[in-house]
Unconditional design. Sequence first.
Length: 269
Amino acid sequence: MEDRDVLTRASELPDAVLRYGDHGDAVIDVHLPPRRLPRSDGEPRGASPLIVLIHGGFWHADYDRLHMRPLANALAAEGFVVASPEYRRVGGTGDLAGGWPTTFDDISTVMGSLPRLLGGLGVEAERTTVMGFSAGGHLALWLANEPHSVDNVIGLAPVGDLRAAAEAHLGDDAVNALLGGFPSEVPDRYNAADPAARLKSRPSCDVVVIHGADDNIVPVDNSRGLRAKHPFVVMHELEGIEHFALIDPLSPAWPVVRAAVATDSTDLG
């Protein structure tokens, strides 16, 4: 059984909530390190490294960004500005309906809007890391080949190979629901959405994957396959680690996750 305690653990609220669009899910929680809280006169306190933290949940509306708050709190305490966006997901209705291409458009809009929105808080961000968990790890890896300023992409137990995930029927056919069909039915969508295909063009940013060997939600074979196709991807396979441990700052996986945002594709052991 996966330890899900982190999903409901008490956590601190964000220091600010920003809006990047008109729909109800167009919000970004911002967690600031104490020394970088904006001054009362609105002047910035200097630049801090930025982590864009994308939540998981198999892209489904039943899961939102709140389960990432313990990790966001821990990263902010380490000195990072943490921006945790919401986005439209599968199962949403009306203007909250996600899936292809809406979910991807939202994540791209977040990245394009963040410099201006953080500037409005008097927060200056330097080196940008995009870190995503599970389905959010897929979106982080997808961003590696998008035209945004990103220095480092980290997938935590990511769904990095969508075709393999669809063939394995992960998450009750969650990839099918995201893209509107299986690979044989909508191949162009898979080519556009699947990091395993997109990373054939090596991005300028570092790409790191951290995956638990005991993950029974997104099996580690998915990341092994991604790494086999693209050897430049730095992969850390953690023995004895399950799925949710990767977003739990109280777990043995935390030192590896913490080190990954502080290094440039270094061998973390």
